[in-house]
Design a protein around this ligand. Structure first.
Ligand code: SF4
Length: 179
């Protein structure tokens, strides 16, 4: 996939490309390679950053990864501390500024087509509603403590469901597990 093609793709397609071919997902790869350690001297980090960029440029899914990094908002204008998709954090910030309009449209289209994201949002809303609800008794209903326990179980169940979807989503971005 080229960069031009990546720009036209929706997030699930980009992610599937990364899932299938990420060079950094190969066994034994240390994801810390992409990050500057606390207190790492500038000269050491510059060498590591250059090596990480070279590594990414040998990755078959670099274009998809760069596009997702841009849509995900990776990179901090104040801190030079990472590489993703063959770009330093500062480069990602600069590219995002230049491509702001295009990226806003791509992100908006991703959200509109992302059923998993919708499901995630739905669970989060349900969890919030449940947490705010005060269980009340009415005729024939169980004791208040039983209602409270049922509500707590429901909240725990929703929180666990949310955690599973979020973890899977993060793992598939190649960012919490891989890089
Ligand atoms: S960070 Fe992205 S471009 Fe770099 S090796 Fe991993 S998947 Fe490939």
């Amino acid at each position: 996939m080229t960069s031009i093609q990546a720009r036209r793709m929706r997030r699930p397609v980009l992610q599937a490309d990364i899932d299938a071919g990420a060079r950094c997902a190969r066994p034994g790869f240390d994801p810390d390679f992409f990050f500057r350690a606390d207190g790492e001297p500038p000269a050491t980090w510059q060498a590591q950053r250059a090596a990480a960029v070279r590594f990414c440029h040998g990755c078959p899914v670099r274009a998809a990864c760069e596009e997702l990094a841009l849509r995900d908002g990776d990179g901090n204008p104040r801190v030079d501390d990472l590489v993703r998709g063959g770009r330093s954090g500062h480069e990602l910030v600069a590219l995002r500024g230049v491509q702001a309009e295009r990226l806003a449209a791509a992100i908006s289209a991703d959200v509109a087509s992302d059923t998993e994201w919708k499901a995630l949002t739905g669970i989060a809303v349900e969890l919030g509603d449940e947490a705010r609800r005060t269980p009340t008794r009415s005729g024939g209903m169980p004791h208040q403590s039983v209602l409270q326990r049922q509500q707590n179980e429901r909240i725990a169940e929703l929180a666990a469901k949310l955690a599973v979807v979020r973890s899977a989503r993060r793992a598939r971005t190649g960012w919490e597990v891989v890089a």
